[in-house]
Design a protein around this ligand. Structure first.
Ligand SMILES: *Cc1c(COP(=O)(O)O)cnc(C)c1O
Length: 388
């Protein structure tokens, strides 16, 4: 590899060629479709809040696009995760197996239910949960006890497994599903970053009992803030809609709520944005695939590794990332690029190193540690000129 100063300078020049000379963020939303029209429709109709037809329309679009029977809109990706875990019986003192290399929301949602995350390693190529690490962990630490699986060491039930498709790259979700089935562990997917990503022709988020998406401002499509749960299970879908809408029983005028519910509804005005954004999803995906190809050729030419989707997978290329030699190179690259107005960022700090989760159980996390030190995310928005 060249020295890091020239890698950084070459990157800055190349990225500015794509995105221009102004400050270049990591990922920005773009609104080039029917956003304003749909927002106007909402405002004119007075349906801006928790009921309205844009919510139904947006749910239908996501259900159709992901080929899921049901889609339930929520106020964020985090609240979608909270509800998905809760409806799959994650409860006080349970354990949920997840990855340490993820965004904090994954683990926060587990904690909201007073359950504990358990961290297994990721694969180096997908940067998502490693089926091999999951298998080894379970063989070493778990035993099936009637209907449940217990952690032999803590005595707690291992209720669910929550892998995440990092930066839009599908992880080996079919193998993870097989292991979960074998061990009677419920599979839920954090597909917040992977709308538009498929593994073996099946959309990410649809392998598990439930999958969740986020439409935060930095994601591939945005509703400002928002999320979605997808599932093929009718009973879970009905429950999800119910508890995210304050558990109100349908009635022409009475207010009867039959359990403690949540106000996790997606407002109609946010759904309106979503309806417009999803119409442009194919265009965004094409543009992102172009950007990835450009980066791939460029980094190949200067002998720097770039993360690629594995065989049989299609990535949405939400966020491109490169792998530098070591933590010093990484920090220097980040320093130089950000000083030149090119936003780059390291991986998240591993969840197992945050003070809320530092006492959680984990395996060696060898690959996670290796990646955490070396991966840098680079600007990946749809380029400005593509908007015209
Ligand atoms: C964005 C994101 C979430 C949560 O999304 P919000 O809509 O911001 O609550 C969850 N998990 C991952 C991996 C994410 O990237």
């Amino acid at each position: 590899m060249n020295n890091i100063d020239s890698i950084s300078q070459d990157s800055i020049n190349f990225i500015k060629e794509i995105y221009g000379d102004e400050f270049i963020p990591l990922h920005r939303p773009i609104f080039i479709g029917n956003e304003k029209d749909y927002l106007t429709e909402c405002i004119d109709s007075n349906f801006v809040s928790s009921v309205g037809k844009k919510v139904d329309e947006f749910e239908n679009s996501i259900s159709k696009y992901t080929n899921s029977k049901y889609a339930i809109a929520t106020s964020s990706g985090t609240t979608a995760l909270h509800v998905a875990l809760k409806l799959n019986d994650v409860d006080d003192n349970d354990e949920v197996i997840t990855q340490s290399l993820t965004f904090v929301a994954t683990c926060n949602a587990i904690s909201y239910l007073n359950a504990s995350p358990v961290f297994v390693d990721v694969d180096l190529d997908t940067m998502g949960m490693s089926p091999e690490a999951l298998r080894v962990f379970l063989e070493k630490n778990a035993k099936i006890d009637g209907k449940f699986t217990r952690n032999k060491i803590t005595g707690r039930r291992i209720k669910a497994c929550l892998p995440m498709h990092t930066y839009g790259f599908p992880c080996r979700i079919d193998q993870i599903k097989d292991i979960c089935d074998e061990w009677k562990i419920k599979l839920i997917e954090d597909a917040a970053e992977s709308l538009g990503s498929f593994y073996k022709k099946k959309h990410t988020g649809t392998y598990g009992l439930m999958g969740t998406f986020s439409f935060n401002g930095n994601k591939i499509i945005t509703t400002g803030g928002g999320g979605m749960i997808v599932t093929d299970n009718e009973e879970l879908a009905v429950k999800a809609k119910h508890i995210t809408t304050t558990s109100k029983k349908p009635h022409p005028y009475k207010f009867v709520h039959d359990e403690v519910g949540f106000n996790y509804r997606l407002p109609n005005i946010n759904a309106a944005l979503g309806c417009a954004q999803i119409e442009k999803l194919k265009f965004f995906l094409d543009q992102k695939s172009n950007i990835y190809k450009k980066y791939k050729d460029f980094y190949h030419s200067i002998d720097v590794k770039i993360n690629k989707p594995i065989k049989d997978s299609i990535s949405n290329h939400w966020l491109n990332s490169i792998i530098l030699d070591d933590i010093e190179a990484r920090d220097k690259f980040i320093y130089i690029t950000n000083n030149s107005g090119v936003m780059t960022r390291p991986f998240w700090t591993m969840m197992s190193k945050l003070k809320m989760f530092e006492n959680c159980i984990s395996d060696s996390l060898e690959n996670s540690n290796w990646l955490e030190d070396r991966v840098v995310c680079i600007p990946s928005s749809v380029p400005l000129e593509a908007e015209k």
